[in-house]
Design a protein around this ligand. Structure first.
Ligand code: ZN
Length: 446
């Protein structure tokens, strides 16, 4: 797929640095290197908490009272208490492998568990960050590592709770961790920052941290969870007189380096402010649905020219197609119409959603504009269009078929930075990665 068009017989050249150096018509000389199928730009996963893969599906029981995001969060805190660096590495490698096999070629890891179980810093404070970076490197997925700052339990500088002791860092410690991770970067394993949320980071600290990291990397990505839950909006208004997105917009800090994760509860003016800033909205539909967060007006964002991408967040699903499908289905249920997100560029809903999320995701990960064009990362997913489900489907409807009528096994080959990581649906390290994950789960769930 080039832009929104399906073009047959395309040759893609990749440079030594893993970027695309040429896209043109294939010639007889290319015959020995033909990869049959539909090549799509790899999908960035702009929001992941890798460790949560090991608790996905374990919090689906009714409690004695009403269940909510907040009761789920308590379950997550209990799970965090048991994690060791080996667990973080094993779970990370396993979920990153799942991502590659599903067609995610890069991941923004929003990493907030920094300390030992008793809340003390590890001898090397970067222990868990580096476990996640090594997990990504071992699997071959591109990773933007986002150490996340966490300081307070709520608006108004509420002191952190005991359950949050593994997350909390002083600002200078956080900035040292960020600087160290920047020094240890490689081309495929890069660094940005995350501010956990406005309830966990005071506004004065947001300003200080953004100023300090901008001095190190003026273009580095900045991610934040924002306006995910109504309660968060209510608490923000009662403490500051403003809604969370409004509060962030008023700082004047928001620009196209930012990714606003969720941004579920926004009013029209806030949406306009997000679009004007160039920030990307990070939608995590399967998680937002699982946690009962609310509905984001994606049709209004897209119509206004805003950017969005998708993330697997709590890992209840690790499949970009499910996120894209739910983005549209949420709106269909809400608006009582079909094909709600629209665009003059194409009438094909699957093509539109895939292309927009790939572009927004690349922006959120601080990468060149995504797509099959010169200068883009050579991150490519090959769909097996010879499977029966694609029989008789017109070229221009292939991506709709891929997104809206998914079947197992359609993601056949995955290229990251010009290197094949998945061939015929398999990864070279699959058996050992799965064995290590099972060992960790046996211990964690014992
Ligand atoms: Zn999250």
């Amino acid at each position: 797929m080039i832009d929104s068009a399906i073009v047959r017989g395309v040759a893609v050249e990749v440079g030594e640095d893993g970027a695309i150096t040429g896209v043109g018509a294939a010639t007889a000389a290319d015959a020995g290197a033909v990869i049959p199928g539909l090549a799509l730009p790899g999908m960035p996963n702009l929001h992941s908490h890798a460790f949560q893969r090991a608790m996905a599906g374990t919090a689906e029981t009714a409690g004695s009272g009403a269940d909510s995001f907040w009761t789920w969060r308590d379950a997550m805190y209990r799970f965090v208490d048991r994690l060791t660096p080996d667990d973080v590495a094993a779970i990370g490698a396993y979920v990153y492998l799942e991502m590659l096999k599903a067609g995610y070629t890069s991941v923004a890891e929003f990493h907030y568990v920094h300390h030992e179980a008793d809340g003390q810093a590890y001898a090397d404070p970067a222990t868990l960050s580096l476990a996640l970076r090594e997990a990504a490197g071992s699997v071959g997925i591109r990773q933007l590592l986002l150490p996340s700052l966490y300081q307070t339990a709520g608006f108004g500088n509420l002191p952190p709770r005991h359950a949050q002791r593994r997350f909390v860092q002083a600002t200078d410690h956080f900035l040292r961790l960020y600087a160290r991770l920047c020094e240890l970067e490689t081309p495929g394993l890069t660094t940005g920052i995350a501010l956990h949320s406005l309830r966990a980071v005071p506004l004065s600290t947001v300003r200080e941290v953004v100023g300090a990291v901008t001095a190190i990397d003026p273009h580095g990505p900045i991610h934040v969870h924002i306006a995910e839950q109504r309660q968060e909006v209510v608490d923000c208004v009662s403490s500051t007189g403003r809604r969370p997105v409004e509060l962030l917009l008023d700082t004047g800090l928001l620009d196209d380096r930012w990714c606003l994760v969720h941004a579920t509860h926004v009013l029209g003016q806030e949406l306009e402010g997000i679009v004007r800033s160039g920030a990307v909205v990070g939608l995590c539909l399967t998680t937002e649905g699982n946690l009962g967060d609310g509905r984001f007006p994606l049709d209004e964002l897209h119509a206004a020219g805003g950017r969005f991408g998708i993330g697997s967040d709590s890992q209840v699903s690790v499949d970009p197609r499910e996120e894209l499908r739910l983005a549209e289905y949420n709106l269909r249920l809400w608006r009582e119409r079909r094909v709600v997100v629209r665009d003059p560029a194409t009438v094909h809903s699957g093509t539109l959603l895939y292309r927009a999320a790939a572009a927004g995701g690349a922006r959120a990960l601080g990468r060149p504009a995504g797509g099959l064009h010169v200068g883009a990362d050579a991150d490519i997913v090959v769909i097996d269009t010879h499977l029966p489900g694609f029989a008789g489907v017109a070229d221009e409807a292939l991506v709709d078929q891929f997104v809206f009528a998914p079947r197992p096994g359609v993601v056949r080959d995955v290229l990251v930075a010009g290197q094949w990581q998945i061939r015929a649906g398999r990864h070279a390290g699959e058996a050992s990665i799965e064995a290590a994950y099972v060992r960790s789960l046996d211990r964690l769930r014992a």
